[in-house]
Design a protein around this ligand. Sequence first.
Ligand code: HEM
Ligand SMILES: CC(C)=CCC/C(C)=C/CC/C(C)=C/COP(=O)(O)OP(=O)(O)O
Length: 330
Amino acid sequence: MAEAVAIAVPLSTREQVVPSRARLKLPPWLEIAKPRLIPLLLATTLGGMALTESWPMPAPRLACTLGGGALAAAAAGVLNCLWEEQLDGRMLRTSGRALPSGRLSAAKAFNIAVALACSAGLLLVMGVNCLAASLSLLGLCSYVLLYTVVLKPRTTQNIVIGGVAGAIPPLVGAAAATGHIGLGGWWLFGLVMVWTPAHFWALALLLEDDYRSVGIPMLPVVKGPFVTGNAIIRYAWATIAASFLGVFILPTGGLFYGLMLLPFNGRLLQMAQQLHQDPCDRVRAKGLFRWSILYLFGICLLLLLARTTAAAQFNLQLPSLFNMFSGAPF
Ligand code: HEM
Ligand SMILES: CC(C)=CCC/C(C)=C/CC/C(C)=C/COP(=O)(O)OP(=O)(O)O
């Protein structure tokens, strides 16, 4: 019954759309840092680390990387809120944010952003290395300048190209672990890039009316739900294909990772296909958006589990088990 109501009524308030179960009211200075996004950004940073030979990392360096990454992402969130104050004020989902609703002044927000960015830079330079610090700065600039200022108001491909910003944390993780990026870091960067469209366009199908009302050219607004559904299924397939490449990239073997990946990809494909069949179904769109978040958390968790001794032993023993049952050398 509740689901039927959800289909009939346009979903545009944050509470109706985003997956957070807890309705915690955050203080304004924290809310503008978009803290709910940060755990997943940090999970992909950890994934980038787990893909290197240097995993596990020394705890102090790990803590500085995650702390610096969280501060940089928070600074990026505040700068995005500052630039979009007017826009947020005109959209149903965002009009209650601290800046447009007057709960925080722009001057205070700017000071918070500067403090966050400086602390991030300091922590990363002193506690990690200059490459990780520069990459975090690049992430911040690409989110604020490339995505928010340049691409978002101009093109339907805003989140495809602008997806670079959200894909930088794995590079930060790899650079923090080894001092260079390496194949693993680039692979996870690519995976997050191709994951982003299914994540965001599913949400954009729900927020279509809101984006249309302010003239932001998100794909469903300009091309409609059917083109968006097609694009989502294409990127879902690309995500599935890219996710399997990790099998060949994990330093201690990827058989465990590859097997555990199957249910995650099965569910992603099922949900993307269901949405493709009826892209106007808001329940399906919401389901895919939520699953996209669990999916990426799951992949990062699998990467970490794949680096445990138990998984390495499983990788070594699986071929001989297969050999025993099939009778053929493997
Ligand atoms: C261009 C790329 C992206 C766009 C445009 C985008 C957009 C959005 C939007 C509009 C929301 C709803 C936010 C709200 O109303 O509070 C959201 C939620 C979310 N996004 Fe993305 N996203 C992108 C990439 C990413 C990336 C790379 C990550 C992490 C790796 C991420 C993680 C999340 C999470 C965890 C949520 C749920 C937040 C909650 O629970 O409230 N997103 N995204
Ligand atoms: C390394 C580093 C610091 C990377 C920063 C990466 C970062 C903060 C990515 C965020 C991507 C994102 C969630 C965009 C939200 O879209 P939106 O701004 O259009 O959403 P809104 O409509 O809710 O404001």
